[in-house]
Design a binder for this molecule. Sequence first.
Ligand SMILES: [Zn+2]
Ligand SMILES: [Zn+2]
Ligand SMILES: [Zn+2]
Length: 173
Amino acid sequence: MSDPIVTPFRSNTHNHRRCVDTAMARAEERCSRRGVRLTPIRRRVLELIWRRHEPVKAYDLLDQLREEHRAAAPPTIYRALDFLLGEGLVHRIESLNAYVGCGDPNHPHLGQFLICERCNAVAEMDDDDIQQLLARKAATQGFQVNWQTIEINGVCPACVAEGINGKRERKTE
Ligand SMILES: [Zn+2]
Ligand SMILES: [Zn+2]
Ligand SMILES: [Zn+2]
């Protein structure tokens, strides 16, 4: 069985520079293979989404882009986001109304997202077992699934670790 984790939770020790470089290289590769253009604006928006390695809202992207391109307006961002979504380079997290970069754009998928309620970190999974199970259960209701994206709220490993430490400290007081 293949590893269902597409994008793991960020770790404090990971090389984020390399993480962004890899994402940008994959995006370039995908766009050239598909014969679509990763224009400078589209590229920059994707870079800004990857920059913090957490979900980003459209208006935060607009603020950041305006520092470089005074003329940037909401349609500039939304057109770029539409393109990136359409090419599978980013995903929209509906519950946060925000966007995250996809760790595996060369393999089309729908995905399940684990979202940390404390720090907003997101991990992405693409688990066939979950999808098939849901499709089977839906079929018992005569329902045909066309699209399924699941957003699961909880606490990420880093925040869980912090929580445990917090409790320990209180105990020793
Ligand atoms: Zn990173
Ligand atoms: Zn993805
Ligand atoms: Zn967290």
